[in-house]
Ligand binder design. Structure first.
Ligand code: BG6
Length: 490
């Protein structure tokens, strides 16, 4: 059943939908200031480039009933039979809640100076709204202090899918704009208390995933299959939550706090690099991200999106669009598989999506097609289409089988191959002047991979989920070397 609803299926459905778009192509501005390309030695990244790694709360923390934490939709969902491939939940996961000091040590050993983690809303507001639970935020205060004491800058995400169950029960979660408002209150509360030490906040992680998978196709929590109109409305509520959160952070955080999204942008790549196809990929980037990234960056839905959705378009007001379009300080992009190889066509809106042959290679995760050029094209196209001046790669990485060999080591050469190639393409893009300022490798350590349970391993550090022992894989040496040299082998 899990196979049936893979990300590959999602990409295919979305691709077909895009082909059905039938109106005049929206105009993407032609004129773009020519970015000044930094002078970089082959393989080198600019000085001051931020190297980091990332995790999320539900995937690593465990301690789901400790210190007043309320249940999240993922606690409920993972405990229902048939949802998680190996029948597990993240009740204990990596027990990072108790082992965080050891984990900060692992980050330090990589030599990186930045760590992206997420805050669990149900620890801070167990009921989603109302009375806060100070013991919940205390954990993050301890973590932040430990990071800073070790010279690692904390980057916090406010929402990485663990919606308080109480909000789902009371108002239908993201089906209601009450949840958008509750998210703003939660954002304000957290911003007030941590922005003395945390300078960068991400609002929501991967709307494109959690909304469609959770509310559209019943793959992720909360396991709903909403009809298109309601799904579009829920996505609109999430966009509103983003805008309200940006406002709340500006109003309640310290001056200078920076805020933006961390989105799994629909990754468009020109099938063959011709000027026509590049232009088509720009149009595709805008149109295939119309439901979230585009509306938050432009403050309006594209004509095609509204026309294609027709009666299923979300209901919204001009005031809401204004909030949704609040200025972001940067854009975070999660980059994994190439999703859409496109080419130019005379047919409006000006691009067509090519079908993938069955033989297209993928990594250990079936959905993770190998396309290193994604790390070149996606930031380049995003910067051009939305005129972005600061991009972070908020996630990139791969799963691997990660056998422990008789000598006790883990030679994850496939992960190293993947990272080397993606980083080479990222460097190419930066060398051409695309403003990518940092890179957060997913993930610091193996963890609870949502519907795959503990079967898929994305970590630089191997975790034995019986003993909780963390052990560096060969890729730790690889990444440490990249970070120390501020360069990738070419
Ligand atoms: C990203 C998520 O989509 O990819 C992470 O932000 C996740 O939380 C990672 O762990 C891998 O995804 P999956 O579906 O293979 O667990």
């Amino acid at each position: 059943m899990l196979e049936k609803f893979s990300r590959r299926t999602f990409a295919k459905l979305a691709g077909l939908a895009s082909l059905g778009l039938g109106t005049t192509a929206a105009k993407v501005e032609e004129a773009h200031a020519q970015a000044v390309a930094p002078k970089l030695a082959p393989g080198s990244f600019p000085s001051g480039f931020i190297w980091g790694t990332a995790t999320s709360a539900y995937q690593v923390e465990g301690a789901v009933k400790e210190d007043g934490r309320g249940p999240s939709i993922w606690d409920t969902f993972s405990h229902q039979p048939g949802h998680i491939a190996d029948g597990t939940s993240a009740d204990r996961a990596n027990d990072h809640y108790h082992l965080y000091k050891e984990d900060v040590g692992l980050i330090k050993d990589l030599g990186v100076k930045a760590y992206r983690f997420s805050i669990a809303w149900p620890r801070v507001f167990p009921e989603g709204t109302g009375t806060p639970n100070p013991r919940g935020l205390d954990f993050y205060n301890r973590l932040i202090d430990e990071l800073l004491a070790n010279g690692i800058e904390p980057y916090a995400t406010l929402y990485h899918w663990d919606l308080p169950q109480a909000l789902q029960d009371r108002v239908g979660g993201w089906q209601s704009s009450e949840t958008s408002k509750a998210f703003a209150d939660y954002s304000a509360y957290v911003a007030e208390r941590i922005t003395d030490r945390v300078k960068t906040l991400f609002t929501l992680n991967e709307v494109g995933r959690f909304l469609n998978f959770g509310y559209g196709w019943a793959i992720d929590a909360p396991g709903l299959k909403l009809p298109p109109k309601q799904l579009n409305q829920a996505r609109h509520n999430v966009a509103l939550a983003h805008g309200l959160s940006v406002q709340a952070i500006r109003a309640h955080g310290r001056a200078g706090t920076r805020v933006g999204p961390a989105e799994n942008i629909a990754a468009c790549v020109p099938a063959i690099d011709t000027p026509e196809n590049v232009r088509a990929a720009e149009i595709a980037t805008r149109e295939l991200n119309a439901g979230f990234l585009d509306v938050i960056l432009e403050g309006k839905y594209t004509e095609h999106f509204l026309e294609y959705a027709g009666a299923n378009a979300p209901t919204f007001t001009a005031d809401e669009l204004k909030i949704i379009g609040e200025r972001n300080d940067f854009v975070g992009l999660n980059i994994y598989a190439p999703q859409f190889y496109v080419e130019a066509t005379d047919k409006v809106p000006g691009f067509s999506v090519l079908p993938f042959p069955n033989s297209f290679p993928h990594m250990n995760s079936e959905w993770l097609r190998i396309g290193p050029e994604t790390a070149y094209w996606v930031p380049r196209l995003a910067a051009k289409v939305w005129n972005i001046d600061t991009i972070y790669i908020t996630e990139n990485g791969t799963s691997s089988v990660d056998q422990v060999t008789p000598d006790g080591k883990i030679y994850d050469l496939d992960r190293i191959m993947f990272l080397r190639n993606y980083l080479t393409q990222l460097q190419r893009c930066i060398a051409e002047g695309v403003p990518v300022r940092g890179y957060f490798l997913w993930s610091l350590m193996d963890n609870f991979e949502w519907i795959f349970g503990f079967e898929k391993r994305f970590g630089l550090y191997h975790v034995d989920f019986d003993t909780l022992v963390r052990k560096p894989k060969l890729s730790v040496d690889f990444y440490r070397n990249v970070v120390a040299r501020n360069a990738v082998d070419v």
